[in-house]
Ligand binder design. Sequence first.
Ligand code: SF4
Length: 387
Amino acid sequence: MEIKNPLLTLNSKLPSILELSKAQLFENLQSLQQPRFRGEQVWRAIYKECQTSFHDMTNLSKELRSVLSQNYSIGSSSTVIAKKSLDGSTDKTLFRLSDGELIETVLMRYEADGHRRGRKTVCVSTQAGCALGCTFCATGQQGFRRNLTVGEITEQVLVMERLARTEDEKEVDIGQRSRGEIQGVTNVVFMGMGEPLANYDNMMEAIRVLNDQKGIGIGARHITISTVGLIPGIERLAEENIQINLAVSLHAPDNDTRSETMPVNKRYPIEDLLLACQKFVKKTKRRIFIEYVLLKGQNDTPKHAAKLGTILKDLLCHVNLIPVNPTGEGPYQRTSYKEAQRFQSDLKIFNVPSTVRMEKGIDIDAGCGQLRDRALALTDSLGTNLA
Ligand code: SF4
């Protein structure tokens, strides 16, 4: 049997089946005279059961398993380094893509608190490198390499889903949770390497795959896209018929301050960006998350807080204040917790809700733009959009 797929002719390595949309997968199986339900079975085996080998898909005929394994791989990335933080809360994996590019993915675990169950958030990359050059970000200093494909994005979540479920299952074995409480990954944030809205189509297709209830089934409200403020992308996103969250990295209350660290501000200045945010909220009725990494003396003075309060007071938003050390040997220092709290009370005067997230001990590199802390802050405040 032969599978008709243009991908097959392109690469001497087997193409990743994760690059196929559901429709393409079904078509390919139909071309092998397979009934439609086979497509459902293969999709489920890959995205629901998270199988890593076609040979383990024992509900398929031996012949079909063999054809699939001769024609496809399940994923195309390999793990180069996998690190766990000392407190066990965070895993960071460095993946090598099929062409040698390297990307990072982080899994963060939250203990249950109050009525909230424990959560596991994956922070995914959407590009190898990044063209936007934020001065506080290690990835931004490397320059742009290329966009990730749909399969390369979904594979990051699949790998972490397998890890998360294995942990859940261990807890079942020792009686800490019931089988019905196995949940795996609960949240996905597009906040890793690269600017997600600069790889819009692949990002959205990956979201559809992750959101598919017959697969991993991450609820749209548990998916967040973080952008530095690409206005055309925000406008497109507002038109999508899916209730995902939007986080905007603002990091400054005025154009002069913002342009110092974020070159993108020259193309999309704050007033235009906030207008796009207003339109997004109007269209989606969803609160926007504003990320604000506090940099000592650069954007954290009472004057900055007052300006921020002024520009955000009419926007349905939640501000995540993140006093962390910038990456590398940049000129900025960390804002103290006391100063961060003072900044927060200044915002309160304008009725702008915010959360201060202190850096926990990071013993593994946080990657792009204080990725881990930004993602932690975001997952903490997501409840505000889930009500
Ligand atoms: S913070 Fe994000 S957008 Fe800015 S350079 Fe880093 S990866 Fe690119």
